[in-house]
Ligand binder design. Structure first.
Ligand code: ATP
Length: 514
């Protein structure tokens, strides 16, 4: 684990050094849990968004997109339940003066017990070798059994406290389990309090009577309140979906793990409206399809898992997360939720407008049920970055850092380099750039040795380097260097476009989803 943490630190440093992610307001010492995307980061992020948007809206003829405003009528957040229930339980340590989420402290504590169990199992596996029977060992080894029983009981207590919103019970778990503050090392805890995660601000001048408005904590409500507009103007027939990409804001109590948990972030959400009774069929469809979207990127099938929710939100009748193996463990990247007709019914109630669908096949009106797919752009970005990062030892004692980014997502698709800065090679290289730049993000680079230039491109994940040498002037061929294998092939300039296009286009990625 410690090794993984080191790698994570290196990834954070690398992403700053190469213009992917910068801390916000850095010259003023930063702003906690807010980040800016740099020149390479913004390209990678835009490519991720394009992959999602096109997969949703081009490949599904019954899904259309919208772009709703961040500010919305405050009653929307009353109707959605966010004003009353979008809370996290927080607790302070009186010595360190640090604030924590009580549920996260307990979850981390449970994860430590899991680690202890795993360590015992791994020790035994080494000792017994081939004949090791894990199940039998876990049932009979006294120490493991003790840990497991403890874990079970604790987990049950924790679930009950969360389900009942029992803040006293949460605190009691922290006391009984002797959980200490990782900074001060003490158990000097305050009471547990509910903390609403929405940012508030005022709209209009006070003289006119200012109104409290919220920065939206999710993009989904912008879709629900536009359901009627889109359904009517687009003449949409159920089942159909509305997709949206946009900023969301949450005043997270503890911001951790770089861009994994931010206070300002971006979501890609799609609400799919279905006939009541059909929701489980569509929930299954979207659960499978969304995982396929992730896996098509080729980051490694073993890096994903589903996590079905045991505790469901009051409005949901099924929910699962797609988790990705980050350097700090398996973590949620996307949620797929069957939200029943909760949101539309609530908006019908609070707005007084009829929000229904007349189904011509059934000859009846109803409030549609909804399946939601909700993914964080920044978490997706982080999963792509972490799984692409590699420090490689090369023959001859050399080394390189390479980002094996999926070619369709890479910020720069190819870099064109004259071998030397004379003899007409730069001019020839510029000609190639001027042709390719209409279709691919193409860089021109003539500074430093060719080896250094290759390393620079490896570090930002450029799939192809094209080198122009003296032979190019004679026969119009160049070397095409592949980022991952570092192999070089001699190809005709006339073939470059097709060769690159076949491997880097979003189109070829989307075709995998057929
Ligand atoms: P968590 O339990 O990690 O706080 P959540 O279950 O509250 O997440 P949802 O409300 O389901 O998250 O939001 C959908 C998606 O939005 C998440 O899967 C995640 O990718 C993204 N997301 C949510 N909160 C944040 C955040 N603070 N920073 C970055 N991305 C986020």
């Amino acid at each position: 684990m410690a090794q993984q943490e080191d790698v994570f630190k290196k990834i954070i440093a690398h992403s700053k050094e190469y213009g992917f992610v910068f801390p916000s307001s850095e010259i003023y010492d930063g702003l906690s849990a807010v980040y800016d995307y740099g020149q390479n980061g913004v390209e990678l992020k835009n490519n991720i968004k394009r992959y999602w948007w096109e997969a949703m809206t081009l490949l599904h003829e019954n899904i259309v997109g919208i772009d709703s405003a961040i500010f919305m009528h405050p009653t929307i957040w009353k109707a959605s339940g966010h004003v009353d229930a979008f809370n996290d339980p927080l607790i302070d340590n009186r010595d360190s003066k640090k604030r924590y989420r009580a549920d996260v402290l307990i979850e981390d504590h449970i994860a430590k017990i899991d680690d202890k169990i795993n360590k015992e199992v791994e020790k035994a596996r080494k000792r017994f070798g081939e004949s090791f029977d894990e199940e039998m060992f876990c049932q009979t080894n006294a120490r493991v059994k003790e840990h497991k029983d403890h874990r079970e009981a604790l987990h049950q207590r924790f679930s009950d406290a969360m389900n009942d919103n029992d803040l006293k019970a949460l605190r009691q778990i922290i006391i009984d389990e002797e959980i200490v503050d990782p900074i001060s090392g003490t158990k000097n805890w305050t009471e547990v309090r509910q903390f609403n995660l929405m940012f508030r601000t005022e709209m209009g001048s006070t003289a006119d009577g200012a109104m409290t408005v919220y920065l939206r904590p999710e993009t989904a409500q912008g879709i629900f309140v536009n359901y009627l507009n889109v359904q009517k103007t687009g003449r949409m027939r159920i089942p159909f979906g509305i997709a949206q990409i946009g900023k969301a804001f949450r005043n997270e109590i503890v911001a951790r793990q770089f861009i994994f948990r931010m206070r300002e972030f971006e979501q890609m959400e799609m609400q799919f409206f279905v006939r009541p009774g059909d929701e489980m069929k569509w929930f299954g469809y979207w659960k499978e399809w969304r995982l396929r979207w992730h896996k098509a990127l080729g980051l490694g099938d073993d890096k994903y898992r589903y996590h079905d929710h045991e505790k469901l939100a009051h409005y949901a009748n099924a929910a699962t997360d797609i988790e990705f193996r980050m350097p700090f463990g398996f973590k949620e990247v996307e949620g797929i939720h069957s939200r029943t007709n909760f949101d539309l019914s609530q908006h019908e109630k609070f707005s007084g407008k009829k929000i229904q669908y007349f189904d011509p096949e059934l000859n009846q009106s109803y409030t549609p049920y909804v399946i939601e797919t909700s993914i964080g752009v920044d978490r997706m970005f982080l999963s792509v970055l972490c799984s692409s990062y590699e420090e490689q030892k090369l023959e001859g004692g050399d080394s390189r850092v390479v980002l094996h980014l999926p070619a369709a997502l890479a910020p720069v698709k190819c870099a064109v380099m004259p071998l030397v800065r004379k003899d007409g090679l730069p001019e020839k290289a510029r000609e190639i750039v001027d042709d390719l730049k209409f279709d691919f993000s193409t860089h021109y680079d003539e500074k430093d040795s060719i080896g250094k230039r290759y390393r620079r491109q490896d570090a930002v994940g450029t799939p192809y380097c094209i080198t122009v040498d003296h032979q190019t002037l004679e026969d119009n061929t160049v070397t095409l260097r592949h980022r991952d294998s570092m192999e070089q092939e001699r190809v005709a300039i006339a073939d470059l476009h097709k060769l690159i296009h076949d491997r880097v286009s979003l189109n070829s990625l989307l075709r995998k989803l057929k």
